[in-house]
Design a protein around this ligand. Structure first.
Ligand code: 3PG
Ligand code: MG
Length: 398
């Protein structure tokens, strides 16, 4: 992995430090419903405060088309302040210009400011150099702690990193180290567990993985496309029939690279996707024409669990069943528990990420029992695809 500067390489004493955070957290009725991203930001803010910096936090929130009070970052002031031990957070109602200048100029050493939503300005998403310059005026150094937004070449992530002395924050650093340990320099064998609804959203990932991992277990509705491509009956299951050729090509590619593919052997089926419906567990050759495959069956769980036991590293993205509707969470929860157990025993290095995956891990109550759980969705996926992330590239030492 190319080296990037960290907080240790940055001189921040008596300086204003612009911290790009990802405060794009779920909010309902003005309340933060999952504060993970806020909590992960705390070590960076605290380290900067300890080093005697003035901390200026900036982030996007939602996808506003311009200034939009319903997408303000103001409701984040209180949760952020609470997360950093009740320290006051001064809010700037604009992220550039006189209002931002005033709030930042009034900051004392060890104090924290939060700027209004970066996406209220068009220049943010356009990676506009003028907008980046306006942001740069507010700081003497730049820290990017928003791995989950690193796939966006936006001004606060890309252009700005070239205008000030720049470094990765602690969260960014932890993400890069964990992801590097899982795919760039892993302990072998490596097993990947990939699920989710659609093959079409994970084609690049699957193609990248067949050349990188030793075993690739596929679950979720995307496995149906592979089963269909093998000529098996999938009934009324979600299935991208037009991708049968692509699925066969991925299987051939895996064979060429010596990557073992694990597809479902049995399935939990039902006539409809509803909580508590009557289910039937059948072999994958016996899915009734009117049924839908909604989870992998117990034989498949045992086979994947055995693959986890036989591996040293796990990369996990995507649930293996329709986990939001009980009882179709069973296989995903069982595998999450298995991964947690092997990790606790020191037998497995496990890295997981993606919105649904994190929700499934939370359901299995093992969020803190894997080696690393990424807070990133799109960025995690793009990283798994082997793509260069603009926000990571911008931090690389040249
Ligand atoms: C996320 O929540 O995945 C990141 O904050 C990126 O948000 P975006 O998809 O709106 O760019
Ligand atoms: Mg997203």
């Amino acid at each position: 992995m190319p080296r990037f500067r960290t907080l240790d390489d940055l001189d921040v004493a008596n300086k204003r430090v612009l911290v790009r955070a990802d405060l794009n957290v779920p909010v309902k009725d003005g309340k933060v419903t999952d504060a993970t991203r806020i909590e992960r930001l705390v070590p960076t803010i605290e380290a900067l405060i300890q080093k005697g910096a003035k901390v200026v936090v900036m982030s996007h929130f939602g996808r506003p088309k311009g200034p939009d009070p319903s997408q303000s970052l103001r409701p984040l002031v209180e949760p952020l302040s609470r997360a950093i031990g009740g320290r006051p957070v001064h809010f700037a109602p604009d992220c550039i210009g006189p209002q931002a200048d005033r709030v930042v100029a009034a900051l004392k050493l060890g104090e924290v400011a939060l700027l209004e939503n970066l996406r209220f300005h068009k220049g943010e998403e356009a990676d506009d150099p003028e907008f980046a310059k306006a942001l740069a005026k507010l700081g003497d150094a730049y820290v990017d702690d928003a791995f989950s937004a690193a796939h966006r070449a936006h001004a606060s992530i890309e252009a700005l990193a070239h205008l000030l002395p720049a470094a990765a924050g602690k969260n960014m650093q932890a993400e890069l180290e964990a992801l590097g340990a899982a795919l760039e320099n892993p302990q072998r064998p490596v097993v990947a567990l990939i699920g989710g609804a659609k093959v079409s959203t994970k084609l690049d990932l699957l193609n990248n993985f067949t050349g990188k991992v030793d075993r690739l277990a596929i679950g979720g509705a995307m496995a149906n496309t592979f089963l269909f491509a093998q000529g098996r009956p999938v009934g009324r299951s979600l299935c991208e029939r037009d991708l049968a050729d692509t699925a066969r090509a991925i299987l051939a590619q895996a064979e060429k690279h010596g990557c073992e593919i694990i597809l479902p052997m049995d399935a939990v089926t039902a006539e409809k996707l509803e909580p508590g419906v009557v289910t039937r567990t059948v072999g994958v050759n016996a899915v009734p024409p009117t049924a839908m495959i909604l989870d992998v069956g117990p034989e498949t769980v045992a086979r994947i669990a055995a693959a986890l036991e036989a591996s040293r590293t796990l990369v996990w993205n995507g649930p293996v069943g329709a986990f939001e509707t009980p009882p179709f969470e069973r296989a995903t929860v069982a595998l999450a528990k298995k991964a947690a157990e092997l990790t606790r025993a020191g037998k497995l290095m496990s890295v997981a990420g993606g919105g649904d995956t994190v929700a499934a891990l939370a359901m299995a109550v093992v969020m803190d029992q894997l080696s690393y759980v990424s807070t990133a969705g799109g960025a995690f996926l793009e990283w798994l695809e082997g793509r260069e992330l603009p926000g990571v590239k911008a931090l690389e030492m040249t």
